[in-house]
Design a protein around this ligand. Structure first.
Ligand SMILES: NC(=O)c1ccc[n+]([C@@H]2O[C@H](COP(=O)([O-])OP(=O)(O)OC[C@H]3O[C@@H](n4cnc5c(N)ncnc54)[C@H](O)[C@@H]3O)[C@@H](O)[C@H]2O)c1
Length: 250
């Protein structure tokens, strides 16, 4: 990444709450200006997050959009670049949970989960890559995987499949971006205390607690992302890094 002293800019999808909010605030504390992006209906939460970022002393904007819609993520990045000056760190964090046995699942339910958690991350990666290549000074692209992207769990087939897709995408894209000094990594959390885990963002299903597995606060993920976003993390590339308290060993 550039040795320029210009303030770096992060873009966080699903930045209105939970892990995305914690990452946005942590990157602001690290000195980055931040654009937070989330779906319609999250305006008040997004405003509150941008207020917290400006209270930290960084610039912030909030953008309504949908990661499953290519024009939406493309325009969102363009707005961030126009208002904040560049795009240096993409955190493709937006995701949805879904719990259902496969024998009860409809193609529509399956496709919805894959659209947000896999296609949405691909589109976020793609347009971040295009912008960072144009800038010519490297960058950091970081995506949301999960323990469920390392092992399948009962009633989590669509979610697991979508997170396995993030692994393959991250491995492939990291190699495509290597010549541009852009690293591409993903975080794979265990149970993190967010609205997703409590089920309020899950069409009423929620995630079943796995016995013996503890829940951590979103800051454990934000701390990892803080490192992956650093210029000095350049030698960590194409990795899917578990932050799960020692649950899945791969
Ligand atoms: N909480 C956990 O235990 C856990 C564990 C492993 C992985 N993850 C992953 O971490 C990420 C963040 O999870 P969280 O727990 O903070 O979830 P959350 O439900 O609290 O927040 C997710 C955010 O993404 C937004 N979002 C959903 N669909 C979107 C779309 N199409 N476009 C833009 N934004 C959209 C939601 O509105 C929400 O604000 C997700 O990808 C999730 O799969 C979470």
């Amino acid at each position: 990444m550039s040795s320029s002293t210009a303030t770096r800019v992060a873009f966080v999808t699903g930045g209105a709450q939970g892990i995305g909010e914690a990452i946005a605030l942590r990157l602001a504390q690290d000195g980055l200006d931040v654009a937070v992006f989330d779906i319609a209906g999250k305006e008040e939460l997004l405003k509150a997050v941008t207020k917290k970022i400006t209270d930290i002393g960084r610039k912030a904007i909030w953008i309504i959009g949908d990661v499953t819609n290519e024009e939406s993520i493309k325009n969102g990045i363009a707005k961030a670049v126009e208002e904040l000056g560049s795009l240096d760190v993409m955190v493709a964090n937006a995701g949805i949970m879904h719990s259902k046995p496969v024998i009860e699942m409809t193609p529509e339910e399956w496709n919805k989960v894959l659209a947000v958690n896999a296609t949405g991350i691909m589109l976020s990666y793609k347009h971040a890559g295009i912008q960072m290549i144009k800038q010519g000074r490297g960058g950091r692209i970081i995506g949301a995987c999960s323990v469920a992207g390392k092992q399948g769990f009962p009633t989590a087939a669509a979610y697991s499949a979508s997170k396995f897709a993030v692994r393959g995408l991250t491995h492939a894209f990291s190699q495509e971006m290597k010549p541009h000094n852009i690293t591409v990594n993903a975080y794979a959390p265990g149970f993190i205390a967010t609205p997703m885990l409590s089920g309020s963002n899950d069409d009423g299903h929620g995630e079943d607690a796995t016995p013996g597995q503890k829940t951590a606060q979103p800051s454990v993920v934000a701390d990892l992302v803080s490192y992956l976003a650093l210029p000095n993390s350049y030698f960590v590339n194409g990795q899917i890094i578990s932050v799960d308290g020692g649950w899945i060993y791969q």
